[in-house]
Design a protein around this ligand. Structure first.
Ligand code: ZN
Length: 218
């Protein structure tokens, strides 16, 4: 996948990097036994990690279990560098849902050894991504949006953007003071509780506001 996709089929920017935030929902930090961080925990995935959500999900199985983290994802349309909130508001051109796939066994090993996480979070295919809704098709109140994940028809994750520890605009402003965000970059805004291992053959249903997307595990 070389370019992003809009749900309406219009032209979307070329894939850029993905900036992710860890522990942006208190209930998720708790389920993994972590404290809520004092400032957002940021990491990145390269453009090569982004694949269409509807394609069967793969990961390097020799590395152990792969967890699903279901995340509201925002598509950036204009450059943000040390931005203010109003600039950040105007820079968002799309809203989608993605999976921050995480090789949890490997991540635990890397963390224990004090090593970087990239092998566990930034591998090829680690960011299955839906097509994006344009901002004019999106609820006016960004912090009142529900999203979720069902696996084989059973609800596994349910998120509400009101529960974010750092809301969307503040997050973009914060990120832009460390990483310049460019057109085609995506910010994944953190996972709610309910993360768990994927198993071959599972059918995934991801919900985002009034949209439904499907995927499957290869
Ligand atoms: Zn995540």
């Amino acid at each position: 996948m070389r370019v992003h996709r809009f749900l309406d089929g219009g032209q979307a920017p070329t894939l850029g990097k993905v900036v992710c935030v860890g522990r942006n929902y208190a209930e998720h930090a708790k389920e993994l036994g972590h404290a809520v961080p004092e400032r957002p925990l940021l990491f990145m995935k390269p453009a090569t990690s982004v694949v269409p959500l509807e394609e069967p999900i793969h990961w390097p199985v020799e590395e152990g279990i792969c967890h699903h983290e279901t995340e509201l994802s925002v598509l950036i349309g204009t450059t943000l560098c040390r931005a203010h909130a109003e600039e950040a508001r105007h820079a968002i051109i799309g809203w989608g849902i993605g999976l921050d796939l995480t090789l949890r066994d490997l991540q635990d090993k890397l963390k224990k050894a004090g090593h970087p996480w990239e092998r566990a979070k930034a591998f090829d295919g680690a960011a299955p991504m839906s097509p994006f809704l344009r901002t004019d098709q999106w609820p006016k109140d960004w912090q009142d949006v529900h999203f979720g994940l069902l696996i084989d028809g059973v609800e596994r994750q349910r998120g509400h953007t009101a529960d974010m520890l750092m809301p969307i605009l503040a997050l973009l402003v914060h990120i832009s003071h460390t990483f310049t965000l460019c057109p085609g970059d995506v910010v994944m805004t953190g996972t709610p509780a309910g993360v768990g291992p994927l198993v071959s053959g599972q059918q995934l249903t991801l919900t985002l506001h009034d949209q439904v997307f499907t995927s499957s595990v290869a």
